[in-house]
Design a protein around this ligand. Structure first.
Ligand code: SR1
Ligand code: MG
Length: 404
């Protein structure tokens, strides 16, 4: 259900006004049983939004209010950002719930004027990035993410949906401002001496070498063009390990505010890159091979391909669907794009504005430098060799060659 409550004009919530807002909404929607005693805490640690945890100390029930800010929290008010992203995020979650309901949080209510989404409380879950940094293992993760990717991509593509529905999705999820952030921060700025970049002094020579690598820049330019122009499916748009909540058994994909109708390999590429950033970090710290992390990548890709093929066989929206070689061609192009996008993500997390704690939190300076250089080398390898990295084994082997 979507409404506007209390005021038509936007105001950032505080912990106090969040409680007042929910108390008012409670009268309409019965979110908490009466009487209630609500407590609220702002718990957001992301780059862009407020996240309030609301709990009723009488019933023990709880929920989350997510509110978009009109600017990027990570930079400040000098970087204005559309509030419409809250609507995109809520609708992307609802769309994903049509095909993978157990893998996304339940959206309870939205308010477009206040850029608010109220959703199921996932406080029992851990952000995957933190869990991996802490050395936790998640045996179901690869299967869950592979399934999430196959189902969300297939069912929002012309192979799984009618032509009219696809046109409607592509218009509804037009997301120019958030796409521009990715175009700049992932595909452009890290490859140039740009003022948004943020890298350590000890990397300066390596980064200057990368900026001079014209072959690499040409391939990065092609990948940027693919991101700008390839409209294949409704994608999450920011599927790093901070966008996944996990428990030992369960997985929830959150935060699809960057969702748009884009290249089908983008989410897979970002997810692989972020698992690899954790692998690179751990390998730099202990010089061990981390087969559990490689296994997440292997299972994600294998399950993605298996599930995608199953869906392909069972749906007949597209006349050519049974044509020999077509599904393998599609999967190969998605994989090639994913490898290239993974390369760009590896590089931008070292040179660009938005870093990852997996690498930045390595306290030993020499080990951190080693991890940063390895991420840049592996990113460059993926970008340059993506057309020859055809299998999961080749992808893992290229990684091991860089990390040895
Ligand atoms: C200003 S936003 C920086 C980064 O945070 C988001 O999660 C996206 O990854 C974006 O690139
Ligand atoms: Mg996010």
């Amino acid at each position: 259900m979507s409404t506007s409550i209390a005021t038509a004009s936007y105001e950032p919530l505080t912990e106090e006004t969040a409680i007042a807002y929910i108390e008012k909404l409670n009268q309409k929607l019965g979110l908490f049983p009466a009487p209630s005693l609500l407590l609220c805490k702002e718990i957001g640690d992301g780059n862009l939004n407020y996240v309030f945890h609301l709990s009723d100390s009488l019933s023990g029930q709880s929920l989350i209010i997510k509110q978009a800010l009109p600017y990027a929290k990570v930079v400040g008010e000098s970087w204005p950002l559309t509030l419409r992203r809250a609507k995109i995020e809520a609708e992307a979650l609802q769309k994903a719930a049509e095909t993978v309901p157990s893998l996304v949080p339940n959206v309870i209510h939205t308010d477009d004027d206040l850029a608010i989404t109220i959703m199921e409380d996932l406080s029992d879950y851990t952000i995957l990035r933190k869990g991996l940094i802490d050395g936790e293992t998640y045996p179901n993760l690869g299967r869950h993410i592979g399934t999430y990717l196959a189902k969300t991509i297939f069912h929002s593509s012309p192979f799984g949906e009618s032509q009219q529905e696809i046109k409607e999705i592509s218009v509804r999820f037009t997301n120019p401002e958030l796409c521009k952030i990715t175009e700049d921060l992932v595909f452009t700025d890290p490859f140039f001496d740009h003022d948004t970049n943020n890298f350590e002094d000890h990397l300066k020579d390596t980064v200057i070498e990368l900026w001079k690598n014209e072959e690499l820049k040409l391939e990065a330019a092609k990948l940027k063009y693919t991101f700008l122009t390839k409209s294949e499916a409704l994608i999450h748009g920011d599927l790093h390990t901070g966008s996944v909540f996990v428990t030992a058994e369960e997985t929830k994909v959150i935060d699809p505010e960057f969702a748009f109708f884009g290249p089908a390999g983008f989410d897979l590429g970002l997810f692989i890159a972020n698992i690899l950033l954790n692998t690179i970090s751990k390998t730099a710290i202990d010089e061990q091979q981390h087969s559990d992390l490689y296994l997440i990548i292997i299972e994600t890709i294998e399950v993605f391909k298996e599930e995608y093929k199953k869906l392909w066989q069972n749906h007949h929206v597209e006349a050519f669907i049974q044509t020999e070689g077509y599904v393998d061609y599609m999967l190969a192009t998605i994989f090639e794009d994913a490898v290239g996008f993974a390369g760009c993500e590896l590089i931008r997390r070292i040179i660009g504005l938005a870093h990852v704690a997996d690498i930045d939190n390595i306290s030993d300076c020499q080990k951190r430098l080693c991890a940063q250089k390895n991420a840049l080398e592996l990113g460059s390898t993926f970008i340059l060799k993506r057309r020859n990295i055809l299998t999961i084994d080749q992808l893992i082997q290229e990684t091991k060659d860089v990390l040895k």
